[in-house]
Unconditional design. Structure first.
Ligand code: ZN
Ligand code: FE
Length: 258
């Protein structure tokens, strides 16, 4: 049985529907819009048991209110962000169970994209919102490069077969940038072809895995000499620490038009 279903919202958002041991119950992750979620629940005859929110941006929480008008269910989310609909305010190290799904989750504080951004980790799956994307990472709207580097390092330390579900389908554009950073990386070249074929069928490139992200994601690879050299060339100066390399790669991506 496929464990994680999805609904699409807006241009490129994914709203994940996590199924556990029960085929008919789901948890909804980051419902930026209610309509596609309610349609998916109805079509597949699914009953939601909880909403999980990674951060306060509208494209991740905008549909919570309308879902709650139809289903009275708990809303788990970051303690340090202002999301009025939360019933369970979570911070680093918190754990909770969704018994209807037979699933347990651990909470990771992963600031950088927003100041209070959290991720949900459990059963070999990571729901990381806009902190990490496949072959990329979120923009630094509220956090520092150092915070984001620390957050991504925590993801990188998870088991390599961890399946990673992020908030947006940005993979192909991210891989164009990844190739600008590491033009000869065979894993990036292979993944680019694979992602193109998947997108041509209008399917999600996700989930990715932590193992793959370590091989292709430039934001997890700031410690490698090749990435450092590319970042130094771009920045026009020597970069001393890994965080400096990371910050330079993030700035490079901000202005990148691939
Ligand atoms: Zn966001
Ligand atoms: Fe987003």
């Amino acid at each position: 049985m496929e464990e994680v279903l999805h609904a699409c919202a807006f241009e490129d958002n994914y709203i994940w529907l996590i199924r556990g041991t029960s085929p008919s119950h789901v948890a909804i992750v980051d419902p930026g819009d209610a309509a596609p979620v309610l349609a998916a629940l109805e079509k597949r005859r699914l009953t939601p048991v909880a909403i999980l929110c990674t951060h306060h941006h509208g494209d991740h929480v905008g549909g919570v209110g309308d879902i709650l008008k139809v289903y009275s269910i708990p809303v788990y989310g970051p303690a340090r962000e202002r999301i009025p609909t939360l019933t369970h305010r979570l911070a680093d190290g918190d754990r909770f169970s969704l018994p209807e799904l037979g699933l347990d989750f651990e909470v990771l504080d992963v600031p950088g994209h927003t100041a209070g951004h959290i991720a949900f980790y459990g059963s070999g799956k990571l729901f990381c919102g806009d902190t990490m994307f496949s072959a990329g990472c979120g923009r630094l709207f509220e956090g520092t490069a150092e915070q984001m580097h620390t957050s991504l390092s925590r993801f990188a330390a998870l088991p390599e077969d961890t399946r990673m579900y992020c908030g947006h389908e940005y993979t192909e554009a991210n891989l164009r940038f990844a190739l600008a950073v590491e033009p000869g990386n065979p894993d990036i070249l292979a993944y680019r072809d694979q992602a193109r074929a998947i997108r041509q069928q209008d399917l999600p490139t996700l989930p990715s895995t932590i193992g793959r992200e370590r091989r292709v994601n430039p934001f997890l690879r700031a410690g490698l000499p090749g990435v450092r050299q590319a970042a130094e060339k771009q920045a026009g100066r020597a970069l001393v620490s890994e965080v400096e390399v990371f910050a330079a790669v993030r700035r490079w991506k901000d202005g990148f038009r691939g």
